[in-house]
Design a protein around this ligand. Sequence first.
Ligand code: TXA
Ligand code: MG
Length: 358
Amino acid sequence: MVKRMQTKVWHVDKNLDEHRTYPQIVEAARLIRQGEVVAFPTETVYGLGANAWSDQAVEKIFTAKGRPSDNPLIVHISDLSQLALVASEVPEQARRLMEVFWPGPLTLILPKQDQVAERVVAGLATVGVRMPDHPVARALIRAAGVPVAAPSANRSGRPSPTTAQHVLMDLDGRIAGVVDAGSAGVGVESTVLDVTVQPPMILRPGGITREQLQEVLGEVVVDPANEQKAERPRSPGMKYTHYAPRGEMWVVDGEPEPARARMLELLKSAAAAGLKTGVLATRETAAWWREQPDAEVVLACGSASDLPAAAQELYACLRRFDEEQVAYIVAQAYPRSGLGAAIMNRLEKAAGGRVICV
Ligand code: TXA
Ligand code: MG
């Protein structure tokens, strides 16, 4: 049981001057320094931050989220001067990536320094480090004066939060506070890249695409664990469910015509079983889906030709299905190139591996 506390909400301007002093930031930073956990905006999703030097503080993140303790956290820094405190070694390739993509949605796996709390890295010899491209995040880390360990600020398994309201839905009463600066930007998390192996390996696709990384590094491979493309529905491994809405979700991938036919079939049998149905569609297809009698709640999530918009809207759509108490969701697939790799990775996980390729 988590002891309930009063969760403070501080409103700040997303475009604040990160080098000036703001009372809200000062208070939130003081709480972090004192070992409390505070949620804050980044350019990807909202994070739940704690002092990365303190096992006790970091423990509170795991408790608030209900996060499995073997899943390591990303350490966030505000300035390159903090890098050497966190990583014991920075390979040449990592330096080049930092020059191009930091601040930004790229997490680099590096050998860790001893003082990084054990709890942060879950016993590993490496640490994930990133410098967020959000003035509020950097102002907060700088004011805290310590690197900040932060996972996404959702209850474990739930869609990541892209607004402070999403954070409160999951964590109100369980954390010291949330810094509210409106919507996060990219909408999906940072790319996690392991630069301790050759060739460098993408452990989680995200805001910086494989194509962008390859322009800087040449060869970059993708962890096979992320390539879920299945011929048949995979058995839903609940242990690995992330980002999931409460309803059962299926992703249908393939050419538009057969995919649409299969989605209709699925909806029809779900509706016949008395389930409230939902469709995750796009701007182009939503109007058509709204005319289908078996599609009750139709949400437009970006567009196949506007993947940044799809990324931005994805988690809010998944939460919206919950608000509408949708029990059965079918989702249209997106192209898998560029940002589409991250979008499809999240969709497939949200569906617990229920992917149908037609
Ligand atoms: O955009 C983001 O990365 C957000 C914002 C808040 O910065 N954070 C985030 O954290 O998504 P989280 O905890 O939800 O995801 C961290 C991912 C996990 O998949 C974790 O396994 C991986 O990074 N990770 C962290 N440290 C690692 C390490 N040392 N080795 C391998 N994977 C690591
Ligand atoms: Mg997460």
